[in-house]
Design a protein around this ligand. Structure first.
Ligand SMILES: C[S@@+](CC[C@H](N)C(=O)[O-])C[C@H]1O[C@@H](n2cnc3c(N)ncnc32)[C@H](O)[C@@H]1O
Length: 299
């Protein structure tokens, strides 16, 4: 969705941007090529190293600052260097990156065997440690709520019974032996998604960012979020809708009682292409919020 992001975020020379999910640096590069001043965040030190190498000339030239940390803490980190900086564009491209999924030693994959880790930030406690202190009811709730797994209770039992796990493949096989059938995907897919969301507090991060980041937009500034599953997209839709006055009280003439400070750039999410060879990209949803510029409204 690179072209859509560039079209909707309208990067221009000198504009102040934040990329909260630097990853391999593809979006960051496209924004930097259009002249923005970029603060980029990622909590994965391998992503920071790879993207910093790719974008080294921008780092040296001073148009890029790279921060290792969570995007929910981005405003605090920015305030430590430039308090109160208003932002013209913000991007969150949620979830895991291809290098994280592909590298067995990160423990996200059941295709190849790796440690039971799944943490984006290598400083966080790995999944194996988090499971050590877990009870069945709480784990079942996570697997049901974040993975939509119908047999969540059985899956939780099997996971807890088999601790400590030698690796992701053994874990996936045990999960698959009791998980509900899936169409076209490995039976452990839903549970692995749920465990990943849990250990990385992905929804907590998103909820905080949806409150803190819009508040920092300059008039006319835009905030784009690409999400990959309905748990994320629902949150983005609701937060952006509430900020732009969707469902807010109206007077007898149908005008909002309180004038919203934000608007939706497009009412509907842009969707990934069905024919995209990358299955992850097919489920992408892009939503963009804009802080209304009162000087443009009255012009
Ligand atoms: C889908 S990839 C981003 C890809 C990137 N847009 C590109 O063009 O290469 C998501 C990245 O965001 C990072 N990430 C996910 N959640 C994060 C969070 N809460 N705070 C900081 N980084 C996060 C992951 O570590 C991963 O590197």
């Amino acid at each position: 969705m690179l072209d859509d992001v560039v079209e909707l975020l309208r990067p221009s020379p000198g504009a102040r941007f934040v990329d909260g999910t630097l990853g391999g640096g593809g979006h960051a590069e496209a924004l930097l090529e259009r002249g923005v001043q970029l603060d980029a965040f990622d909590r994965d030190e391998s992503a920071i190293a790879a993207a910093s190498a790719r974008l080294g000339s921008y780092l040296e030239g001073g148009r890029l600052r790279v921060h290792r940390g969570a995007f929910a803490d981005a405003i605090g980190a920015l305030d430590a260097v430039e308090p109160g900086l208003p932002l013209d564009g913000i991007l969150l491209d949620l979830g895991v990156s291809s290098p994280q999924l592909d590298r067995a030693d990160r423990g996200f994959s059941f295709q190849s065997d790796g440690p039971v880790s799944m943490v984006m930030d290598q400083r966080d406690a790995p999944l194996s440690e988090r499971l050590a202190g877990m009870d069945e009811a709480s784990l079942a709730r996570i697997i049901r709520d974040y993975g939509d797994e119908p047999n969540s209770r059985r899956v939780a039992q099997v996971i807890l019974f088999g601790r400590p796990w030698a690796g992701t493949r053994a874990l996936a096989e045990a999960v698959a032996s009791v998980a509900a059938p899936t169409r076209g995907t490995h039976r452990a897919t839903r549970t692995f998604q749920a465990l990943r969301i849990w250990v990385n507090d992905e929804l907590g991060q998103l909820d905080r960012a949806l409150v803190d980041l819009p508040a920092r937009l300059a008039p006319g500034g835009r905030f784009a979020v690409i999400s990959f599953h309905s748990l994320e997209d629902r949150r983005v839709k609701q937060a952006f809708g509430a900020l732009s006055g969707v469902g807010a009280p109206v007077d007898v003439y149908g005008h909002p009682v309180v004038t919203p400070e934000f608007r939706l750039v497009e009412r509907k999410a842009r969707k990934g292409e069905d024919r995209d060879p990358n299955p992850r990209a097919r489920s992408a949803r892009l939503r963009v919020l804009e802080r209304i510029d009162p000087s443009q409204e009255s012009a």
